[in-house]
Structures are given as C-alpha cells and as structure tokens.
Write a protein that binds this ligand. Sequence first.
Ligand code: SF4
Ligand code: SF4
Length: 105
Amino acid sequence: MGFLIVNDDEFPGKDQESVIHIHKDRCDGCSMCVDTCPTQALEIVPNRNRPGKHIVFVHPRLCKGCGVCQATCPKEALFLPGLSPENIRTYISKAVAEACQNSPV
Ligand code: SF4
Ligand code: SF4
C-alpha cells in the first residue's frame, strides 16, 4: 500500500508525526475534507501519478495535526501516524472488550 506524505515534499523543522498523511491509492480528490480543516492546510490538486485525476495535498506548515480531516474522509485516506483507521479499530475493540469484562451484568 502506498503512502503519500505531503506529495513527497521535504519539510525540515516540522515533526512529520504531527502532520496528516495520505493513502495515495485511496484518495479520489472528492474534496470533502478540505472545508473541515480549521487551518486551511488542505488543497485539491492534480494527481501527478494519475493524469486527469485529482488528489488532496497537505500544506505541512499549516497542518496542526488535529485529526479532524481524518474523521471526515469517507475513503479512510487520511491518517495521523499511530492513529491509522486500523489502529483506531483495534483501540475500540479493546475498549469494548474491557467494558464488557467489567460490566456487572
Ligand atoms: S482525503 Fe478523502 S475526503 Fe479528502 S479528497 Fe481525498 S478521498 Fe476526499
Ligand atoms: S490534521 Fe487538522 S490541521 Fe491537519 S490537515 Fe487535517 S484538519 Fe487540517
């Protein structure tokens, strides 16, 4: 599975763990995430790997790593490192299992 980290740009001085990452194979450029970003860090641009298609681009210096956009993407194309959709599902499963174990009923 391929990841696109801010269109492969280098951004020295910024912790890459705190910038949203993109699953480049999942994003179809629908733009649903763009207006949810409080810092206007997201932009839809031509997908240089798929002529005629678009993809979201992250402006790394504007991204604050809040994760709001991740929650809005219907394709699960956005994620913060350590907070991937797979990790979130694992956390939720564990929390539900623990809650069931501790339930008095
Ligand atoms: S990241 Fe998700 S919501 Fe944003 S443009 Fe891509 S597919 Fe659409
Ligand atoms: S993580 Fe927050 S600041 Fe960064 S692009 Fe997404 S909504 Fe914007």
